[in-house]
Design a protein around this ligand. Structure first.
Ligand code: SF4
Ligand code: SF4
Ligand code: SF4
Ligand code: FES
Length: 951
């Protein structure tokens, strides 16, 4: 259990090799140079009253409560803004200071509502605490004069309120929004007595630029900014440290509870990935865990048109096993398989892949990473030898040049986006490669040096062109390449990349990026100091996804931007546990730790540990499963927490494949779109009910701890174990930590990891091989040599996608994620986040809109050769002419009805980012949407009205 109130040291810690010794209240204290007097005192356990200071923000010095006396100095300087000096003698408690502090507090309290007993912050109010700390006993000034007690409340934000009557204008919220979040949504309006906090230009929070990260709420020392959940429930009485289950940043949180009810999620200051910050999803969007739509009991049905029948867990397991065995008896061992989920813990994923391999006896196991970062795994292992990003998040603090390609960190990975913006505000230069003008290109105090607004599908051409400039202008880091990389492969690559067909000038007509911009960006990347590359699904979800990953790796090697802080190649992982689900052996060709199933030594190790014979042949990938379902050879599927109907491309192809199966088993929180095709449904658990680990984008293995008991009465891994056992392969773990112990025994990169160690050291970044017991792993990879020995340059020929615009489909559709929602929206649509994004919209350039007579807000049809849908158009100059953009958070939009079957040549990752489309005004739902609505009503009828309850 962790304390609700952590120590606030007043000002941030400083790092310096120079130490300073001073005396505070007669005690000698030694701290790093640059430390504030307040922090030095706090470090020694001496508390100085404070209001405007907090250790997550730079000191401001406005409240004067922290005044101290320093021998030899006049007056009473603020201890928060005064740095320590050698030999300094400080007094924090004198009569003079006590009088001064009481005077300050008296002024504050004389303009503050005295409703402490009924105030939501009662027990968690620094103003209240300080009144006690300074010994305030009476207030001489009455409330008759001018005051702020009638100031209006702003309740517009769904998650927090702003009660201006309680504001002491300490500016902590304003500074949190600037320094921590980097949004600059708040200002202090007016002067002196009239000064007040204002979102935007005197707007409400909802109408302002605020992105609801909650940093201001966390920073507020009074009840002015308060979570609505705290107003509703009151203060928490205990907390549990766990990990956010949304994106690959993997923020650590204190789940703060009353009993088993979560009343607040507070980002944990000691969290390695987030250091006390969060975004709207992690901090606020957890209500789905107790949403009424959750399915609490296992259910079965003979046919997908039958009503569901609630049954016991044992009956559901027996039913699933019988049907799977019957399919195998008729169609062979390889006729069934499963899909793991990157939303689940490492332990849950591990047992499912073990169940498929050991109990089902097949390698037909794949993961949702297939449709997002599988090219990262392939590309980075080919070039560097490891399927993972090279840096920790902190590394960006040392970057001089940041190249963001096909990623939108402020929406997709918001906490890391804030960290990146902080570095950019401090002077790092930014290059953005993206067809869409993402927020980073231009936001408060951040301006990209170069925005290469390329035509979707031309990533390889642009990255090759950058490399061409580096090679032909003599910008290659020869010592690095000669010392660290395979010389033969480099020579071949160098000759290839120097060819005219890779020059920015030659490629300009294909990429749409002016050659001089590419040249300038290339020079900046190669010569600007520490240069780091961050990329996302805009790189991987292409027919040349793997090629782009390798082209990026080539670029980093050619310039020596690998193997130290501030540089590297960094995939921003979409889901919370994409890295982990891949690490756990979820691919059909790889056992845990990315070791090929055909490797006899590796297979033998698992066969010995698991006591079975394993198939040496790779199994089916997800798209192959669908194709084999269509040809009748694949007949049964176990789906762990993934909504393949909504998330996979070419929806009609997916649904017809599922319809053809004899048995579909879904394990999930909700009856998702895929469950409409299921015969067995096992209720899943939310992250708040899980015990285990997630591995984030920086390879950080974080603990996930139960904040509440499983609402469905079972842990998720129980289902895989019971089903494996019923299939004839006994599988059982007494505790979840036993699963991690087995993972650590069998997976070299996880060696030494255990729950005990994670609980002791906080988190570990793999690889962990050979580290001492308290070591927390490897923050930066490939420091001395690459994991594969010599870095390998790979020739990345630009091959245009088959998906071409035509007269019929003249525009290119690209898709992405927005801040408020997460992936298919199964969770965020069941939270107040819908306030920001109640529907998916189509962003279209003003020129394309005008040609089609489309006005802002019009409904339009969006059609490709695969299908059509209807959605609302938003005219936006973020989009270049010829390119439109949408999200896929709402099932009724059917964005993936439009996307094609094209996929990455190496990994089959779908080409979500390039679809030729036409847009036209329309006031009709598409045929698909009419069908969807009909089926949805039918499904709801079956799911709700006709559930036959268990006896
Ligand atoms: S919630 Fe975040 S973005 Fe909004 S005002 Fe507060 S700090 Fe700024
Ligand atoms: S809202 Fe809170 S943090 Fe902001 S100025 Fe007022 S009291 Fe300070
Ligand atoms: S940045 Fe990602 S991990 Fe962090 S709180 Fe937001 S969604 Fe959760
Ligand atoms: S805490 Fe130092 S001036 Fe407010």
């Amino acid at each position: 259990m962790t304390l609700i109130h952590e120590t606030d040291y007043g000002t941030p810690a400083r790092v310096s090799e120079t130490l300073v010794t001073l005396e505070i209240d007669g005690r000698a204290i030694t701290v790093p140079e640059g430390t504030s007097v307040m922090r030095a005192a706090m470090d020694a356990g001496i508390t100085v009253p404070k209001l405007c200071a907090t250790d997550s923000l730079e000191p401001f010095g406005s409240c004067r409560l922290c005044a101290v006396e320093i021998e030899g100095r006049r007056g009473t300087p603020a201890s928060c803004t005064t740095p320590v000096a050698p030999g300094m003698k400080v007094h924090t408690q004198t009569d003079k200071l006590a009088k001064l502090r009481r005077g300050v507090m008296e002024l504050y309290i004389s303009d503050h509502p005295l409703d402490c007993l009924t105030c939501a912050a009662n027990g968690d109010c620094e103003l209240q605490d300080m009144a006690g700390a300074v010994g305030l006993r009476n207030v001489r000034y009455g409330f008759e004069g001018e005051n702020h007690r009638a100031a209006a409340k702003d309740e517009s934000n769904p998650y927090f309120t702003f009660d201006a009557s309680k504001c002491i204008v300490c500016s902590r919220c304003v500074r949190a929004c600037q320094e921590t979040q980097g949004t600059f949504a708040l200002t202090i309006d007016g002067r002196g007595f009239a000064s007040s906090v204002s979102p935007g230009a005197n707007e409400s929070f909802m109408d302002s630029e605020c992105v609801s990260c909650g940093a201001c709420v966390q920073a507020c020392p009074t009840a002015t900014l308060t979570e609505k959940s705290i107003i509703e429930h009151g203060q928490p009485e205990h907390s549990v440290i766990t990990t956010c289950a949304y994106c690959g940043v993997g923020c650590s949180f204190k789940a703060e509870l009353q009993g088993t009810t979560v009343v607040r999620m507070t980002p944990w200051k000691d969290g390695g990935a987030n250091e006390g910050h969060s975004c709207v999803k992690g901090r606020f969007a957890w209500g789905y865990a107790t949403h009424k739509d959750r399915i609490m009991k296992p259910m079965v049905r003979e046919k997908i048109t039958d009503p569901w029948r609630e049954v016991s867990w044992e009956e559901a397991v027996a039913y699933a096993a019988e049907r799977l065995k019957a399919v195998q008896a008729k169609y062979g061992r390889g006729s069934i398989g499963g899909i793991t989920s990157s939303r689940c813990t490492n332990e849950e994923v591990y047992v499912v892949q073990k169940m498929i391999r050991a109990a089902f006896g097949t390698n037909n196991i794949d993961t949702c990473a297939r449709v997002c970062h599988s090219p990262t795994g392939y590309g980075l292992s080919q070039t560097f030898g490891t399927s993972a990003g090279t840096q920790d998040f902190r590394s960006v603090d040392k970057s001089d040049v940041i190249l963001v390609i096909g990623a939108n960190p402020t929406d997709g990975h918001p906490v890391f986006g804030s960290r990146m913006k902080k570095r950019l505000r401090a002077g790092a230069k930014l290059i953005v490669v993206d067809p869409r003008r993402i927020d980073l290109v231009r936001s408060p105090h951040v301006q990209a040096e170069h925005h290469l607004q390329l035509q979707p599908g031309t990533n390889v051409a642009v990255v090759n062109a950058i490399a061409h400039v580096i090679v032909t202008e003599g910008l290659v880091n020869r010592p690095f390449v000669e010392g660290r990389c395979d010389p033969k492969e480099f020579a071949k690559w160098e000759a290839f990349i120097a060819e005219h067909r890779n020059s920015p000038e030659y490629l300009e007509s294909r990429t749409g990026v002016p050659a001089d911009q590419v040249r300038a960006a290339a020079r900046l990347y190669a010569t600007g100091g520490n240069a780091a590359i961050y990329y996302g699904l805009g790189v991987t979800e292409h027919s040349q996804g793997s090629s782009t990953v390798m082209a990026i790796a080539n670029l980093a090697m050619a310039t020596g931007n690998i193997g130290r802080e501030g540089v590297g190649v960094n995939p921003l992982r979409g889901q919370n546990n994409v890295q982990g689900s891949c690490d756990m052996g979820s691919f059909p060709h790889e056992l845990p730790g990315y070791r090929h199933v055909s490797d006899d030594v590796v297979r033998h190790e698992f066969e010995t540990a698991w006591g079975v014979t394993l198939d040496p042949e790779p199994g089916l990938r997800i798209p192959n499963m669908f194709d084999s379902a269509h040809d009748g050879s694949f007949r049964g599927l176990f789906v762990q927490g993934e909504d393949i109907v909504q998330s996979d491309p070419n929806t009609n192809h997916v649904t017809s494949a599922l319809e053809s199966l004899d048995i579909v088993i879904v394990q999930d929180l909700f009856l998702n779109e895929t469950a409409a095709f299921a015969h067995v449904f096992f209720p899943g658990t939310s992250f708040l009910e899980k015990d285990g680990t997630f591995t984030n984008a920086e390879r950080r293995i974080n603990r996930v701890r139960k904040a509440m008991p499983s609402k469905v009465g079972r842990d998720e891994h129980w289902v895989a174990c019971a089903l494996a056992t019923a299939m004839g392969y006994p599988m059982h773990y007494e505790t979840t930590s036993e699963i991690m112990d087995e993972i650590a025994r069998l997976t070299p990169t996880f060696r030494g990891v255990s729950f005990e160690k994670l609980d002791r050291v906080g988190s570990v970044q793999w690889p962990c091989t050979g580290f001492e017991d308290d070591d927390t792993g490897m923050a930066i990879m490939h420091e001395e040599s690459f994991a594969r020995g010599l870095g390998r340059f790979v020739i990345t020929e630009y091959v245009p996608t088959d998906e071409r615009t035509t007269r019929m489909y003249p525009l290119v559709l690209t898709t992405g994620r927005i801040l408020a929602h997460y992936n298919v929206g199964a969770q965020t649509r069941r939270t107040a986040n819908v306030a920001w994004h109640p529907e998916d919209v189509l962003e279209i350039n003003p020129v394309d809109a005008e040609i089609r007579g489309v006005k802002d807000g019009d409904m339009v049809s969006l059609a490709s050769r695969m299908g059509a849908t209807t959605l609302r158009a938003v005219i936006s100059d973020r989009m270049p002419a010829g390119v439109v953009y949408t999200t896929f958070h709402h099932p009724v939009t059917g964005a993936n009805v439009i996307t094609t079957e094209n996929s990455d040549w190496a990994t089959n990752c779908p080409e979500y980012k390039v679809t030729a489309v036409q847009v036209a005004r329309s006031n009709q739902p598409s045929d698909w949407q009419v069908d969807y609505a009909k089926n949805d009503i039918e499904r709801k009828r079956i799911a709700a009205a006709n559930v036959i309850a268990a006896e």
